[in-house]
Design a protein around this ligand. Structure first.
Ligand SMILES: Cc1cc2nc3c(=O)[nH]c(=O)nc-3n(C[C@H](O)[C@H](O)[C@H](O)COP(=O)(O)OP(=O)(O)OC[C@H]3O[C@@H](n4cnc5c(N)ncnc54)[C@H](O)[C@@H]3O)c2cc1C
Length: 149
């Protein structure tokens, strides 16, 4: 098996072709990783969520790591690691354009809101939903590709 470094463009292409990533955040030295759905545009990943642990942690420490991979087997795979910064996109005038951008990109997938919008157990009935949009601005990206050689 051969492993090579991927170019930045190859990394971004792989991220653009996929829509599920693992998002890692940390608080007080404790890592926390969960799968999320995202959309890529320019230098940003956009996602949708309900409030919860990962949002609390990223608010406290916006430095995050995101990993995306594809692979047919152990000898043929590509994997990308992104270091970036969390930015919430609140429903305010300042963030309106970015929020709408996130929404329009994410809604291109059917039932796009389901994985981020549902939690276990019965949820209280409320007049408004506390859902939120956020983005990860990419600081750096690296990738490795393996082939059977
Ligand atoms: C394919 C896929 C796509 C997803 N897309 C999104 C998305 O776009 N946006 C989004 O917000 N969520 C998405 N999810 C769900 C996500 O992985 C989390 O489960 C969810 O966001 C809740 O995270 P939280 O930090 O708010 O957890 P909370 O509800 O605050 O619960 C915290 C605790 O629950 C446990 N927990 C939470 N999530 C998981 C998990 N996935 N696996 C195991 N234990 C868990 C942990 O022990 C954690 O300490 C997706 C999941 C999958 C499998």
């Amino acid at each position: 098996m051969l492993i090579r470094e991927m170019t930045r463009q190859e990394c971004l292409d792989l991220v653009a072709e996929n829509h599920i990533a693992r998002l890692g955040c940390t608080r007080d030295g404790q890592p926390y990783i969960v799968p999320i759905q995202y959309a890529l545009a320019a230098n940003r990943l956009y996602s949708f969520s309900m409030p919860g642990q990962k949002i609390d942690w990223m608010r406290a420490n916006p430095r995050v790591c995101v990993q995306v991979d594809t692979g047919t087997d152990r000898q043929n795979w590509r994997s990308v690691v992104i270091h970036g910064r969390y930015q919430e996109l609140p429903d305010t005038k300042q963030w309106h354009r970015e929020r709408m951008n996130a929404w329009s990109l994410l809604e291109q997938r059917i039932n796009w809101w389901e994985p981020g919008g549902l939690k276990p157990g019965e949820q209280p009935v409320a007049g408004t939903s506390p859902h939120l949009f956020f983005e990860i601005e990419i600081d750096d990206v690296t990738g490795r590709a393996a082939s059977a050689g």
